[in-house]
Design a protein. Structure first.
Length: 520
């Protein structure tokens, strides 16, 4: 068996495919530095062989597990967090793979490489590692990565023109798919597969879809478990098999800087796992992922305790919570972490109650979530036969709804707002205003159709008094109309400020209107 070393370098975008290095070894910061070795093929390498590398640089020591990629090939993928010289040395239960040494130079990140996602210091928003704010406008396409190459290409083309910067995607199928066997088959029955032997071709194909999202600047929210495959049973494995699966996914994909981990979708509907099982799997994931990617879990009925230390942000299913900003903000108050309402039911024509939103209702939920200091996720269920399995939600493809352009408009409003994001402002007192106190206010009226707004903002006597410019935002028709003049705030009462010369703003008397006031 050969034991020659091949060292790979992923250059350019976060998700560029690792290529064999020629000459000097250089990897950009937050890129993927890949080590490739030949090793044992006999027995079951997925179980019998452990391999890892210890990387040292920038005053840090990081141990990175590797994985078996079939046909005697072993890979270790590392994303360097800092520039400078890094050295490495392998560890393995196989003598052929142990004690290999090398090094590379980590150079500055290229244009567009902002690093992996992190929770901001205030604890409620997201930003890339270089500090660039991330305004989440996510979508869900459960099995898009498992469809035909042509269907996947169609989804990618759709995403190029869409506002979405995060994609939720299952590792194992929940609807009809081309790729259905993550494990080696042992027979013709749906449950005839070996949980100890992964099919590298399946995972390599899924990995290609992760890479393609990264090239578009889209975060890949990888969902490890779900309750929708009773036929095959991939989500009902024994604990040791679950552990092996989680470790394999972490070793294989964790170095890609745009990967997030979702431990389960509707986790509480998987009846073969207890809360102790989920807690244990999170502990396994934390130990298996030295790159410390974001971690969440998504429920159908029973909220997971998002305050547990391994949870980085709350992923919530709740359509009613974003029917106003106060309910949305209360989720944030309890989680004490960023909140993404990844499922608020869907825009579509499904015969199910969870797939019947109008585009206006979908956009409204995004706006109320924003005012509440949270984030919202999209999907749609349009299908000629009203079967969501064959819609964007199930398989990807093309968008047929009309919410996406309005979400692109909302994303622009978010990007023009304060960093790192919008916070609820005294939501316990029904102001229905988000922003940054004393500097930026965003008032949303939802489905109401007021003809004027009495401009009354939170502010005590000791707070600074500023002048503001105002805009009327039509969130559906995607227009911004400046209000003439300036609003100069003075104390109104113990709790509020206003401009006595301009007590109100005239509004168009139709739904989906917001008002933005920005300090000048």
């Amino acid at each position: 068996m050969t034991t020659g070393l091949k060292t790979g370098l992923a250059a350019g975008a976060a998700a560029a495919t690792p290529v064999l290095a020629q000459g000097a070894q250089r990897t950009e910061r937050w890129g993927v530095h890949e080590l490739v070795f030949d090793g044992p093929q006999t027995g079951n390498p997925f179980v019998d062989v452990a391999v890892a590398a210890v990387f040292k640089g920038a005053g840090k020591t990081i141990r990175v597990p590797g994985f078996y990629d079939g046909k005697g090939v072993y890979r270790i993928r590392f994303s360097p967090p800092d520039t400078g010289r890094w050295t490495w040395e392998t560890e393995s239960s196989a003598s052929e793979l142990a004690g290999k040494r090398g090094g590379f130079e980590c150079v500055a990140a290229s244009a567009g490489n902002h690093g992996p996602m992190r929770v901001t210091q205030d604890g409620y928003h997201f930003a890339y590692a270089d500090g660039t704010p991330f305004r989440q406008i996510g979508t869900t396409c459960y099995a898009w990565a498992l469809q035909s190459d042509a269907k996947c290409a169609q989804t990618i083309e759709t995403l190029k023109a869409a506002p979405f910067n995060k994609m939720r995607m299952l590792v194992t199928p929940n609807v009809d798919a081309v790729a259905t066997n993550p494990f080696v088959r042992t027979g013709k029955g749906p449950r005839d597969w070996d949980p100890t032997r992964f099919d590298p071709d399946y995972f390599r194909r899924y990995e290609d879809r992760i890479i393609r999202l990264g090239q578009l600047g889209i975060e890949a929210d990888v969902i490890l478990f779900h309750p929708y495959d009773e036929k095959r049973g991939y989500n009902d494995m024994k604990r040791a098999d679950d552990e092996r699966y989680v470790r394999y996914c972490a070793a294989r994909w964790g170095a890609y800087r745009h990967v997030w981990w979702s431990m389960g979708n509707e986790y509480d509907a998987i009846k073969t796992k207890s809360m102790d099982d989920w807690d244990h799997l999170f502990e396994v994931l934390v130990g298996a992922d030295p790159h410390d990617r974001l971690r969440s879990i998504h429920q159908i009925n029973v909220y997971y305790d998002h305050r547990k230390p391994w949870i980085t942000h709350a992923s919530i299913q709740n359509g009613a919570a974003v029917l106003d900003d106060i309910r949305a903000a209360m989720h944030r108050d309890f989680a004490l972490k960023p909140v993404i309402f990844d499922e608020v039911v869907y825009e579509g024509n499904s015969d199910k109650r969870w797939g019947q939103l109008t585009a206006e209702q979908m956009v409204e939920r995004f706006w109320w979530g924003l005012i509440g200091g949270t984030y919202v996720g999209h999907s749609e269920t349009y299908d000629p036969n009203r079967n969501a399995d064959y819609s964007w939600l199930g398989q990807g493809g093309v968008l047929k709804g009309t919410s996406a352009p309005r979400l692109a408009f909302l994303k622009k409003i978010m990007e023009e707002g304060p960093a790192p994001g919008i916070d609820p402002i005294q939501h316990w007192w029904n102001y229905h205003i988000g922003g940054k106190p004393h500097e930026y206010f965003l008032k949303y009226f939802g489905a109401a159709s007021p003809s004027e707004w009495k401009v009354q903002l939170p502010g005590r006597k000791s707070d600074p008094k500023h002048s503001f410019r105002a805009d009327i935002i039509d969130t559906w028709n995607m227009t911004v109309t400046p209000v003439d003049g300036v609003f100069t705030m003075q104390q109104l009462n113990e709790y509020d400020v206003h401009d006595p010369a301009r007590p109100s703003i005239a509004l168009p008397g139709k739904p989906w209107i917001a008002v933005r006031m920005v300090k000048i």
